[in-house]
Design a protein around this ligand. Structure first.
Ligand code: NAD
Length: 307
């Protein structure tokens, strides 16, 4: 596409200040401006968190997230709108978040923080704490997030297994299962970590059967997308002590509704879809946008193209 004016849509505000990104791109040979909904038609391209129907009139949309399940692929294709995403940047950030969940469960940090809120001096039972070396984490989805999680957890002595559609080996994974063997893959794991995108094939992939296949003392971590997990089935499994606990960054409904039982469960860590938040986020987005603007100027194909 021929880009003259690139808007940074103000919906990115919840992840970083839009002006930081716009300023960092000010040397590009295209005009870059922070825009609201009323200025979309002044642009031919946009960098955004959320989708707006008015984007269907543009030539190019760049999503600041890796997950693009909220965008209407068919409409974009029909209107000839290019959609690119931000996969490839979240590996280390999300990997460290997942490591912090696992360390919290192992070293009981979530329990201590809850006690501190109540000014309560209470040591854990002698056999509540454990350490990570010798545990196994099964990472379901071996893309950018999965690889980053494997790298950080591997450095903490966790044995890493994985699940991908083909079942072919992946560097950093001791064993890789094919998607149809998901229940076998999770059966041996102390931690099951969901790093999948939301697609028709992954919606509610984690259901009562999968939780039943997991060990009663295993933990579930979801940093992919909420609807990949059947949340009611997860709550049932947690309430029935079919799982030890869960760390969840993404939910079927976001923000997580106040009435959700997940908020009050002792062995559940809730984070508000921020596993990838870092002060460097806008810089990594800037690099991706810059690369594509330069590619378009050279007549080359887009990187990270989705539609
Ligand atoms: P990616 O494209 O690098 O990796 C996704 C992987 O999932 C790929 O390897 C793909 O082959 C695999 N996959 C897709 N469908 C599958 C299936 N049915 N069975 C098995 N494997 C399947 O993307 P990524 O950057 O790793 O991000 C993955 C997802 O994580 C995103 O789509 C997004 O929804 C989510 N995400 C969440 C956060 C967060 O803040 N919590 C941050 C980044 C990404």
């Amino acid at each position: 596409p021929d880009i003259e004016r690139l808007g940074v849509h103000d919906s990115v505000e919840s992840v970083f200040p839009p002006s930081e990104l716009a300023d960092s791109l000010s040397d590009l040979p295209v005009e870059v401006a922070v825009i609201g909904d009323d200025e979309i038609d002044s642009c031919d391209a946009v960098v955004t968190l959320e989708h707006r129907d008015a984007f269907l009139e543009l030539a190019w949309i760049h999503s600041i997230q890796a997950g693009v399940d909220r965008f209407p692929f068919d409409d974009l294709e029909e209107r000839g709108v290019l959609l690119t995403n931000s996969t490839g940047i979240h590996d280390r950030w999300v990997g460290e978040t997942v490591a912090s969940y696992l360390l919290a469960f192992a070293r009981r940090l979530h329990e201590h923080v809850a006690n501190q809120q109540e000014r309560r001096w209470e040591q854990p039972a002698w056999d509540d704490g454990f350490t990570l070396p010798g545990t196994t984490a099964c990472v379901v989805g071996t893309g950018t997030l999965g690889s980053g999680v494997a790298e950080v957890l591997g450095s903490l002595g966790v044995r890493i297994t994985g699940v991908r559609r083909s079942g072919d080996p992946v560097e950093g994974f001791a064993e890789v299962y094919a998607s149809e063997d998901l229940e076998d893959a999770v059966a041996d794991a102390d931690f099951v970590i969901v790093t999948l995108p939301l697609t028709e094939a992954t919606r509610h992939l984690f259901d009562a059967d999968v939780f039943g296949a997991m060990a009663d003392d295993a933990y579930l971590v979801n940093v992919g997308r909420g609807p990949v997990v059947d949340e009611d089935a997860l709550i049932d499994a947690l309430e029935a002590d079919g799982l030890a606990g869960a760390a969840l960054d993404v939910f079927e409904t976001e923000p997580l509704p106040a009435e959700s039982p997940l908020w009050e469960m002792d062995e559940v860590i809730v984070t508000p879809h921020c596993a990838a938040f870092t002060e460097d986020y806008y810089r990594a987005i800037g690099d991706l946008v810059r690369e594509n603007v330069e590619r378009f100027a050279e007549g080359e194909a887009a990187t990270n193209r989705v539609v």
